[in-house]
Design a protein around this ligand. Sequence first.
Ligand SMILES: Cc1cc2nc3c(=O)[nH]c(=O)nc-3n(C[C@H](O)[C@H](O)[C@H](O)COP(=O)(O)OP(=O)(O)OC[C@H]3O[C@@H](n4cnc5c(N)ncnc54)[C@H](O)[C@@H]3O)c2cc1C
Length: 412
Amino acid sequence: MKTENVDVLVIGAGPSGTVAASIINKAGFNVKIVEKMKFPRFVIGESLLPRCMEALEEAGFLDALRQAGFQEKYGAKFVSNGKVCDFEFDYQFTPGWTRTWQVPRAEFDKILADTVVSQGVPISYETTVTGIKFNGSESETTVVDAKGEESTIKARFIVDGSGYGRVIPRLFNLERPSSLPPRKALFTHFVDLKRAMADQPSRITIVVHKPDVWIWVIPFSNGKTSLGFVGSPSFFEPLKGTPEDQLRHLVSTEPYLAERFKNAEMIFEPRELKSWSVTTDKFFGEGFVLTGNVTEFLDPVFSSGVTLAVSSSQIAANLVVRELKAEKVDWQKEYMDVMMQGVDVFRTYVNAWYDGTLHTIFFAENQDEDIKNMICSVLAGYVWDQNNPYVKDHEQAVYKLARIIRLRDTIV
Ligand SMILES: Cc1cc2nc3c(=O)[nH]c(=O)nc-3n(C[C@H](O)[C@H](O)[C@H](O)COP(=O)(O)OP(=O)(O)OC[C@H]3O[C@@H](n4cnc5c(N)ncnc54)[C@H](O)[C@@H]3O)c2cc1C
């Protein structure tokens, strides 16, 4: 059996894998990526947040991404029963990026993968990790290629960026259920000929369909728009017919979208995903680190997935470099605690979205612009800014604000 030796093996060529591989490679280490699929491949997660640009920049991906002409994203618009709450990243409280993109992920991920290859990191596509043996921090990983041939890769360190594949948590029984209830999404890409009916495509729109059911609308620069319904599995149960029948029926019942997407061509048969929230005990161990979706994925509502994926990889990759240089790394303090701080901020906002607290805040009359700009920073992914009270004291600040608004509106 063939055996290869590398400094760092990265599992998965998604955003988290490629960002980590690039940063470690630039530091002079020998990195290899194994990816089970052939690229381009479909994956959901098309609305980015400005904070992810910091990681993409450090990985040296921005020039290639700029050339792709993706739809620029300047903000996020929330709509409920004729009320609109528009967040523009230009006005966010935290200094940082105010622009990002809305991207068909097949193209976006292919650009990241091709760029990391051009930087000198080989990717073995259609190569699946099937087993890993650790001996201290050294590891021996078994992979199977498209022809069914097995080989091994010896590495000093492994970065697991396998997303929903969750390679290390599955192999070593680290998976834990999430505290969030199960949810389901039904989605497709539409040819969006009536886009001019809506306002600028330079933002995503989140439509409140029912108190606990919402819709994402993500326009792309290619004239197509991603649209998906998200709700509890029981919301979808009564729907009859094919996935296309079901999605067309749902769209026809949403006044904000019905006319725009009536008879619009679907690019693919609507797909469903469900019960995506999951977590793991530990984001690191001797000789490995988990990055991106493998660590914890909450919910799509605030488009946090790719941003947390690349931010975790950015932090982890720099720590891997230090560890390979025999510097002391406190993985709990410097990685897991930092990541959990960001994840916990998003968790508060996800919970506050589904329990209606954020609806109270977003659709209130006479909003305080300073507070709105602080919340805007969270929606831009700046969830580590301790100067922002809506980050630092996230849970208390959000729920207190909603109570004040409700009290004010009762008195008025
Ligand atoms: C319904 C829904 C909507 C979403 N919408 C958004 C959104 O609008 N914005 C956003 O930012 N996020 C969104 N997300 C989250 C987003 O999909 C993920 O957070 C993001 O793709 C994570 O990137 P990653 O690099 O960690 O994993 P991935 O992008 O999943 O990449 C992991 C790679 O690892 C490979 N792999 C898996 N197993 C193996 C193996 N055994 N061997 C080798 N390779 C392997 C896979 O083939 C894959 O290419 C959404 C999620 C859901 C469920």
